[in-house]
Design a protein around this ligand. Structure first.
Ligand code: WTA
Length: 637
């Protein structure tokens, strides 16, 4: 097991050590794992070329570190407790031994479909145990998994499958979330019409509803599992062999295939899991995220299972059948550490506090927050009504690209402060730069959050597009990794994340690029152009505000019908999560003389700000007043 910090002085000591001698620090942590062959060199890096390698020459398989390493002690211990969406359905438990057997079987299924080391496997599954089994089976044989969130549309799925060149798709007949049924197979079929690389589609039976069947490529998961045995030797992997790709939104329209490798990600996800949550042997850990996002990868699957924990996997939503669902699960399974998003907390606050107050939640020791800034009101409510004034909150800042938590309290060790992610974890070296690329030293400063030294869990590239990797993260502030977030360091040296500085918005904890939403809107034949910005939203943190200009159609004629058709278009192109909350039609958008849309002005307007700064470079300053009137009408609603 990785070493655990348990006191503030211990943290300060480890932090100093990790800065003074980073390679020695990370070498020591990596010693906790099982390596078939030890590394020869701990780190090679060049932030100008964006080349980062950890544990060079090391050979391992991450599943041997989850299973073989733990079986002797934990074979009988639950690895996964799966809780269905509907509480009337039984939960399912998989011990380490049982999970291992499923993983090896499915590894053999993949091998029988000619999947080899380095091949990509797309996984489009709801929150069912087979999702974890499929990921680990890929890792067992060295295939690279690319999990696509089950809320994404056919278009979004095929785009991701084609970018990765996936050979196999794994999906389900349907998914269940609260009172909703999600037609996954139908959506997958539509996606596969334009995915020539897919040779087999393996389908998990979740609901048993009738589905269309394509004899050429469709296979039932349960039938394939019957055909194989459960002996599957792990593929030997190099530390730097890819483990997975996970697509995320950037500031241009095309999603980015963030690629993580085996050795570094293993060390980092396990280390941060144990330390941030102060996980102890025997604890039950419940992360309520979806595995379709990085939080689920690192803190439902890899981090907890690498540390031999019992991880709760929940299929449903916090409000179905009642807003007590999370609290019931915590009591039913005696959860010790609970991890969710500010949006989930705010939506529960809006439904009234009796739901949480009805439960004592005595088993809880640590509660966590992730994905977006947590406002003070939500922080206090979470602390008082869920943590019962007893459990420390870990407000964890990190990103798909960072692989694991970067800035966060260590539970019970680092004193918390509402809405502050507090201090960097050992090994993490943040630096705040102003727009002129100057370092802002000392306390009480605000600027762009960058990281100046590599850590093992960081992404290594964007799939098939290293140039974009350099451009997106290492070019604005040469020699540093740029996070895209703004940050303030206060008088105590604590970090408060201010939110994205680029064209990425964070809607209900879902990361979306405004450009991808604009592209979807612009596909409508009546739309000539659009601009999308985020605006403060009480529950979702940020809402989506769209300004749309139509062809041959005076803005006053554009009405509800067109709005609905635009919303449908966005849901189809991306996902229902990307649908704008507000759409307003306008004659034109504010533009500079060089033709650029002035999003800065639109952003200020939707924040209710009336000081737009210098507008002298606009070609059409008269449009501002007109748009602003409409914005105010809509914000009041
Ligand atoms: C935001 C999610 C404030 C941030 C793990 C980041 C946060 C983006 C926090 C990454 C936090 C994440 N406080 N903001 N505790 N955690 N963010 O890739 O803007 O889906 O850049 O990874 O979420 O989102 P992603």
């Amino acid at each position: 097991m990785v070493p655990k910090i348990s006191t503030l002085s211990g943290y300060l000591h480890e932090y100093q050590k990790s800065i003074a001698n980073p390679t020695g620090f990370w070498e020591n942590i990596a010693e906790s794992f099982y390596w078939r062959k030890k590394w020869t060199d701990v780190l090679q890096w060049d932030f100008h070329k964006a080349e980062i390698k950890w544990y060079l020459g090391g050979k391992l398989n991450i599943t041997e570190n989850i299973f073989e390493r733990h079986l002797f002690l934990r074979g009988e211990q639950p690895a996964i407790i799966w809780e269905p969406s509907n509480p009337e359905e039984a939960s399912r438990t998989f011990t380490y031994e049982e999970l291992f057997s499923h993983v090896k079987r499915f590894a053999n299924v993949l091998r029988s479909h000619a999947v080899k080391k380095g091949d990509r496997v797309a996984i489009y599954l709801p929150m069912i145990p087979e999702l974890t089994i499929a990921m680990l089976a890929c890792a067992r044989i060295g295939a690279i998994h690319s999990v696509v969130f089950a809320g994404f549309s056919a278009n979004a799925l095929s785009e991701r499958i084609n970018d990765a060149g996936a050979k196999i798709l794994i999906t389900a007949d349907e998914g269940i979330r609260g009172d909703k049924i999600i037609n996954l197979k139908e959506t997958a079929d539509e996606a596969l019409e334009s995915c020539p690389t897919i040779k087999s589609n393996i389908i998990v039976k979740r609901t048993g509803s009738p589905i269309d069947w394509n004899n050429r490529i469709d296979y039932w998961y349960h039938e394939e599992m019957e055909k194989v045995n459960d002996e599957a030797i792990a593929q030997e992997m190099d530390s730097e062999d890819p483990l997975f790709i996970l697509y995320t939104s950037g500031s241009t329209g095309k999603p980015k295939g963030v690629m993580h490798t085996t050795g570094g990600y293993m060390v980092y996800s396990a280390y941060t899991f144990r330390n941030v949550f102060q996980y102890s042997s025997g604890d039950i850990f419940f992360c309520a995220a979806d595995i379709g996002w990085i939080t689920g990868h690192s803190y439902i699957v890899y981090g907890p299972l690498l540390e031999g924990a019992t991880t709760v996997m929940f299929e449903g939503t916090p409000t179905y059948p009642t807003p007590s669902r999370y609290w019931e699960i915590i009591e039913k399974h005696q959860v010790n550490e609970f991890y969710t998003s500010p949006t989930a907390i705010r939506s529960l606050i809006a439904l009234g506090q009796k739901w949480a107050d009805n439960f004592e939640l005595k088993s809880l020791r640590v509660i966590g927050s992730v994905g977006e800034p947590i406002n003070e009101e939500a922080w206090h409510w979470y602390h008082d009504h869920v943590g019962k004034n007893r459990c420390p909150i870990v407000d964890t800042w990190w990103q798909t690209e960072t692989g694991g938590i970067m800035i966060s309290p260590i539970a019970g060790v680092i004193p918390t402060k509402p809405s502050f992610a507090t201090l960097p974890l050992p090994g993490i070296q943040p630096i705040i730069l102003n727009n002129e690329n100057e370092k802002l030293c000392g306390k009480s400063v605000e600027g762009n959050l960058c990281i100046k030294f590599p850590w093992p869990g960081m992404a290594r590239t964007l799939w098939n597009d290293h140039e974009r990797f350099i451009q997106a993260y290492f070019s604005q502030f040469p020699g540093h990794y740029y996070t895209g977030d703004g940050v303030r360091r206060d008088e105590d040296g604590y970090y408060r994340i201010l939110g994205r500085m680029d064209d990425v918005i964070n809607v209900a904890g879902h990361r979306l690029g405004t450009a991808e939403i604009e592209n979807a809107l612009n596909e409508h034949p009546l739309v000539s152009e659009s601009a999308v910005v985020g605006y403060p939203h009480k529950i979702k943190g940020q809402g989506i505000f769209a300004f749309v200009v139509c062809n041959d159609l005076p803005a006053k004629d554009a009405g509800e019908e067109l709005k609905n058709s635009l919303l449908k278009g966005v849901a189809k192109r991306i996902s229902p999560i990307a649908k704008p909350d507000v759409i307003i039609f306008t004659r034109s958008l504010p533009r500079t003389r060089s033709g650029k849309i002035m999003r800065r002005i639109l952003r200020k307007m939707v924040e209710g700000n009336t000081d737009f700064g210098d507008v002298s470079t606009l070609t059409n300053p008269d449009i501002i007043q007109e748009i602003q009137t409409k914005v105010l009408e809509n914000l009041e609603k």
